[in-house]
Design a protein around this ligand. Structure first.
Ligand code: 4AD
Length: 461
């Protein structure tokens, strides 16, 4: 009854309260401010309510006292409500901690949007320890939790850093299409659909389009979604993923690897140097150290020898076939690659894969023509995060490549033209952004590194 009578009115005689985002509060210490946000945490005591408020830019501790905890709305305060609040921003006393080092002593507040209580309440739906599948189906709410939000913040910083580092190295951003009519990495993993009566696909890789930009724009990169219709239920396979690809002209294989190493290291340095994001990386991946340069270079043939020396066996696709030692020419499967990478425990350039395991466009090694100038970057805990190669520069060799892979040359006329009109030695690579993040933030699976994950059988929310 007492509560029903109390209506809070903003006091017009008080100093104007400037509207400020939580992440930008520090210069406003000692003044009145106005903040909007979601109730992230809540602790109700008899005469006082402590709230941690969240607005995406940060977290703010605030305290409601006196009449402020006696209104009707105060009884409806639960986590995930939205509120508007004014008050004086005070530095927390020495010895106490709070996000940002300050606390808002509220002098007025209002409910902007209520949130469900009881069994529908956010806190009872799940928490950070809930089963992963529960959290995945409630991803739209799970994103409000601290760890998922931190990963998304690191993701944004990683993408910004790549863009900045590419700009520094004069690599220009382009935006190739998602709807395509050619495959890059083989027909078996294409999502096909009807496109005004023609067959079209969701892109697997923008590589071929990037190659066409070299004569026009010089070195280029893109950040584009790629799609793979693989039925791979692994820690690192997605049906849709963010593919960061680059293509560079007039380089050799060594230049390509040096460039990849430079990109990875400069991006990591830039992300760690950001005071907010660098701290998030350390929280997600305690003790993370930027990789030492140069990365270890490991020839495919030496990797096969390494696997055999360490009794890591080759398993045929047919599980009925008994495991056997690896032979030159074998594909190094995910499990074997992961074991090797974790044993070596450093970033690795795995180089010179057999031609028959790789796509039609890869350049052969001069004098060792069954092998290619190809390279994967392998990172501890994840394995392959980058796949790249030098590309065929000779038109006859390209025609042979189409033939070997059973690819009809006609739809590739625009790609073939690159070899007719002024060819060049060139190379490039694709980096899986979610895999890079799984490495940097030490996640168990790449699924945690997408805003809304897409993997076999899962496309909602
Ligand atoms: O090795 P991939 O298939 O290479 C290409 O697509 C080249 N055309 C890229 C290029 O040279 N421009 O894929 C490149 C990277 C992989 O190293 C991996 O990080 C990521 O893309 N990737 C995936 N990430 C998540 N889920 C999947 N299903 C992925 N397939 C590839």
């Amino acid at each position: 009854e007492e509560a029903a009578k109390i209506v809070l009115v903003e006091d017009p005689t008080k100093a104007r309260a400037e509207k400020v985002k939580i992440g930008h509060l520090e210069p406003h210490r000692g003044s009145r401010v106005r903040v909007f946000g979601w109730v992230h945490r809540l602790r109700v005591q008899s005469q006082m309510t402590f709230i941690t408020l969240r607005d995406g830019t940060g977290y703010l501790q605030l305290v409601l006292t006196g009449d402020l905890v006696k209104t009707l709305d105060a009884f409806d305060l639960v986590t995930e409500c939205t509120i508007e609040v004014t008050g004086e921003l005070k530095q927390v006393p020495e010895g106490k901690t709070a996000p940002g080092g300050h606390e808002l002593v509220a002098d007025w507040w209002r409910m902007v949007g209520k949130a469900p209580t009881g069994v529908d309440a956010y806190a009872s739906l799940f928490n950070e320890k809930s089963d992963l599948s529960v959290r995945q189906n409630l991803r739209h709410l799970d994103l409000r939790a601290e760890t998922p939000a931190a990963i998304m913040k690191v993701r944004a910083a990683v993408l910004s850093a790549f863009r900045a580092v590419y700009a520094k190295h004069t690599v220009m951003e382009v935006t190739p299409p998602c709807i395509v009519q050619t495959s890059v990495e083989g027909g078996s993993s294409l999502f096909k659909f009807d496109y005004y009566g023609q067959e079209a696909y969701l892109t697997q890789s923008s590589q071929l389009y990037l190659e066409t930009c070299l004569p026009s724009l010089g070195d280029v990169f893109c950040v584009q979604e790629s799609f793979r219709a693989e039925n791979s239920h692994t820690r690192r396979h997605l049906a849709e993923y963010t593919h960061l690809e680059a293509e560079l002209a007039f380089i050799d294989f060594k230049d390509l690897m040096d460039h990849i190493e430079t990109m990875i290291c400069e991006v990591v340095d830039m992300v760690l140097a950001d005071p907010v994001v660098g701290k998030l990386v350390q929280e997600l991946n305690p003790g993370f150290q930027p990789p030492a340069r140069p990365f270890k270079r490991l020839d495919y043939k030496d990797a096969i020898a390494f696997l055999n020396e360490h009794d890591i066996l080759f398993q045929d696709d047919d599980p009925a076939v008994a495991p056997r030692p690896h032979q030159i020419g074998d594909d190094i499967a995910e499990a074997a690659e992961r074991k090797m990478t974790d044993m070596l425990n450093v970033p690795i350039f795995l180089m010179n894969f057999p031609k028959h395991l790789k796509s039609f466009y890869m350049k052969k090694i001069e004098g060792d023509e069954e092998f290619t100038e190809s390279v994967d970057v392998l990172m501890p805990n994840v394995g392959e995060i980058v796949g790249g190669s030098m590309r065929i520069s000779d038109i006859d060799e390209l025609m042979e490549g189409y033939k070997r892979e059973g690819i009809p040359a006609d739809p590739y006329y625009w790609f073939t033209d690159q070899r007719k009109y002024g060819t060049s030695e060139h190379g490039g690579y694709g980096l899986g952004v979610e895999r890079f993040l799984a490495w940097l933030t030490n996640r168990w699976t790449v699924r945690e590194c997408q805003l809304y994950g897409r993997w076999p059988g899962h496309a909602a929310p």
